[in-house]
Design a protein around this ligand. Sequence first.
Ligand SMILES: [Zn+2]
Length: 162
Amino acid sequence: MAPRRMKPLALRWLTAAEQALARAVFGSGIRPERVRIFAQPVFPRPFTPGSAGIVYPVAESLTDFTEGALADQATFVHEMVHVWQAQKGVILALAKIKAGDTDAAYRYDLDQQAFPEMNIEQQARVVEHDFVLQRQDTLITGRPPPFPADRYEALRGWWFAP
Ligand SMILES: [Zn+2]
């Protein structure tokens, strides 16, 4: 059964399954029960304005992201990284300006960069790629994450709190 979409301008809390997914990725380091999803009809991409929620375009706003395809779940994990960053005190609007929005802003090199030194988009990509590698070898785009799974696993202590 295909997952259902939220109605335009609908606002909801994370489902129990989404909260469980967030805890599986971040452990005790995140408060998913404080996070809401808002479905908006204008801007074409998901974004996370702060620690309290994620704004999704209606076309991508599922009523439960854990019931979506791997790509939907990976995007949800990516946005939850921004929630996690904000809950840790990062001012996302300023950090986003600093990071930029080009492809290069998202590209990272595990050989050259330590996780805490990465910008918010690079960090989100790393966690997203670790999540994808735990479930499938390649992204939906057909492009595999640029490093082998054990390289991501070795970094998990940066975002997972027991
Ligand atoms: Zn992002």
